[in-house]
Design a protein around this ligand. Structure first.
Ligand code: HEM
Length: 410
């Protein structure tokens, strides 16, 4: 909070803020474990800044994802019609709790079990190699637009089961929706609408060229556990939005750190020969989701000495909690490669019943993408100084582009 005790607005759409959000979160952490803030949407909320309190809130029974409990009346300019429209969205794992959440999660979680994900290893590896083989040594390559983003899009299309013929259009809508350039912002709601209509249509029509995948599996599930068509389309939409941007954000920040810092790269690979050995620490330091999804108080509660009224919005500051110096000490990059130092797991994938469904997939994609790229080139250099890199505005922490020059290993 500022000197007048007026809640500050979380500046997630400010590029400057996104180049070093840790500084802002550190200051906020010093003011309290739970701070009143305003989200970029104008929603007043309580932001949890400290690790121990974040763990408590992520599993607190008085907090729910169920929008029925949300009080939107405090959002300036938000009409009752808009609130009703939000509350009548189809149910997904991200806006339900209890039995309803369990039903929806059970229907899709099998697709993301570690065993099922491990079967995707050859496919992901092939796709990494295919992209790498197209890179030329003589020109600049943007590892976000030409590698991390298309790779993660390809994998999610395979899992959902998007027909080949529709993939480039599908990727185009997703890009306009998730990574809008300033000039595309007006197209964002149109892209969201197009994507939702497309998913609704293929779930209902099941076109002949619909490949194996989540949509086909869910529509063929036994009647007693089958989700409705709206729920299947909403699940596909959620998996796409939740799984693409976060994963390529993570890949972009790890690659950036390892390319920019030769010592860190050498030390990372020295012990195990794979970034996998240090992935958890990279995840902690670069938490792709800065804040968890909003939760709403079902009743008035007191947490960490702060009274929170019923209907309030509470967001867990994952990036803040994962940098809590009371738990993790300082944030020196070398910590990544000092074995045995981590005492507490990071909250990058959340905790409790809403723990990230795609965690095993994201881990596998990140390890394969980073290892395969670094193994393929004897030299990789940033094509611009580190401080001139463009960090993405928005909820997900990551680079907008990562221009490099490459030299192949012989
Ligand atoms: C590095 C990449 C990723 C990060 C950092 C991440 C992070 C998270 C976090 C923190 C949550 C919990 C949110 C909360 O409790 O409010 C979550 C939930 C979720 N994630 Fe991920 N995620 C990633 C990748 C993926 C992928 C690849 C998928 C699927 C394709 C996915 C699908 C989901 C879904 C469906 C949920 C909601 C689960 C529930 O509410 O039961 N995520 N993710």
């Amino acid at each position: 909070m500022n000197a007048e005790n007026v809640p500050v607005t979380l500046p997630m759409f400010d590029r400057e803020f996104n180049s070093a959000p840790g500084v802002w979160y550190r200051r906020l952490r010093q003011t309290g474990a739970i701070c009143p803030i305003v989200l970029p949407t104008g929603t007043p909320a309580f932001l949890v800044t400290r690790y121990d309190v974040a763990r408590e809130v992520l599993r607190h029974p008085a907090l729910t994802h169920d929008l029925e409990f949300a009080d939107f009346s405090s959002i300036p300019g938000f009409t009752e019609d808009q609130a009703a429209a939000l509350k009548s969205q189809p149910s997904t794992v991200a806006n339900t709790d209890g039995d309803e959440h369990h039903r929806l999660r059970a229907a899709i979680s099998g697709q993301f079990s570690p065993r099922r994900i491990e079967r995707l290893r050859p496919l992901i590896l092939d796709e990494c190699r295919r992209a790498i083989s197209s890179f030329s040594e003589s020109v600049e390559v943007d590892l976000v637009r030409e590698y991390a983003s298309p790779l993660t899009m390809y994998v999610i299309c395979e899992i959902i089961g998007i027909p080949d013929a529709d993939r480039s259009q599908f990727a185009e809508w997703t890009r306009s929706m998730l990574s809008p350039r300033q000039s595309d912002l007006a197209n964002m709601p149109v892209a969201i609408g197009n994507l939702q209509s497309y998913l609704n249509r293929i779930v209902r029509e099941l076109p002949q060229d619909l490949p194996e995948g989540l949509i086909r599996d869910l529509t063929e599930a036994p009647e007693d556990v089958r989700l409705s068509d709206d729920e299947i389309a909403a699940a596909a939409f959620l998996l796409l939005t939740g799984g693409h941007e976060t994963t390529y954000g993570l890949i972009s920040t790890i690659l950036f750190q390892l390319v920019a810092d030769a010592r860190l790269r050498e030390a990372t690979y020295k012990s195990a020969g794979s970034v996998g050995a240090h992935l958890e620490e990279f995840l902690r330091l670069n938490s792709p989701l800065q804040i968890a999804l909003p939760r709403y108080t079902k009743e008035e509660v007191e947490i960490a000495g702060v009274r929170i009224p019923a209907g309030a919005t509470v967001v867990v500051g994952i990036m803040s909690a994962d940098h809590d110096e009371a738990v993790f000490g300082d944030d020196a990059a070398e910590r990544i490669v000092e074995s045995g130092l981590r005492r507490q797991p990071s909250l990058a994938f959340g905790l409790g019943s809403h723990y990230c469904i795609g965690a095993a997939l994201a881990r596998l994609e990140a390890v394969l993408a980073v290892d395969t790229l670094l193994e393929s080139f004897s030299s990789i250099e940033l094509a611009r100084p580190s401080h001139a890199m463009a960090w993405r505005p928005g909820l997900v922490f990551g680079l907008e582009e990562l221009p490099v020059r490459l030299q192949r290993a012989t």
